[in-house]
Design a protein around this ligand. Structure first.
Ligand code: AMP
Length: 195
């Protein structure tokens, strides 16, 4: 069972991914995280993508599709994947569909967690306050400038990618300001059709 998860930063994708991992044994997969790990390990791929990422541009579709192909072939990912912010262009969406078709698989649902920008700012501010109160260092990307840039990036790609899944009757937009349990329930009810 493969799921597309979209939503701005701090919309609750991490929390819902944990729910999906536990309930369905899916594997969380984020190209942003994967690419940062490649850079941190100074691998050939990391060296290749560093400049593009530093400039805030998109990594090429071929690189993204190669990483996706690799993960799909790994035994650990056999129950299915939560594609978290992985698909950002139409060639990536079409490429993923083609790879899955070749494997006789498909995307079963796409979710867009929608949260008003003002609420996202409040969430990040309180996350930073709570982290500081515990005497810990806040996440590097938990600051307002980074948040606003990431929200803009999200808006740019979601207005391209959401319609792709909507046209295929796969998209569910969920109000991400509901309780964690209510969001999980909604996701769960849609996924019942995939079983
Ligand atoms: P993120 O932290 O997920 O926003 O990703 C950080 C950076 O990684 C982005 O600004 C892009 O440069 C690159 N990246 C991550 N996922 C993709 C993707 N699917 N397509 C192209 N570039 C990506």
């Amino acid at each position: 069972m493969h799921v597309i998860l979209m939503g701005p930063p701090a919309a609750g994708k991490g929390t819902q991914s944990k729910f999906l991992e536990e309930k369905y044994g899916l594997m969380h997969f984020s190209t942003g995280d994967e690419l940062r790990a490649e850079i941190a390990s100074n691998s050939p791929l990391g060296q290749k993508v560093q400049k593009v990422m530093d400039a805030g541009q998109l990594v090429s579709d071929d690189i993204i599709l190669d990483i996706i192909k690799d993960r799909l072939s790994r035994p650990a990912y056999k129950n299915g994947i939560i594609f978290d912010g992985v698909i950002r262009t139409i060639p990536q969406a079409k490429g993923l569909d083609k790879i899955l078709t070749e494997r006789k698989q498909a995307i079963c649902a796409a979710f867009d967690l929608s949260v008003d920008e003002k609420i996202l700012v409040d969430r990040v501010e309180s996350r930073v306050e709570q982290t500081l109160a515990r005497g810990e260092t806040p996440r590097k990307d938990d600051n307002l400038d980074v948040l606003k840039r990431r929200i803009k990036e999200y808006k740019d790609f979601s207005k391209i990618v959401s319609p792709y899944y909507a046209e295929r009757d796969l998209l569910t937009v969920i109000d991400g300001t509901q309780s964690i349990e209510d969001v999980s329930k909604k996701i769960d009810s849609v996924l019942q059709h995939c079983l």
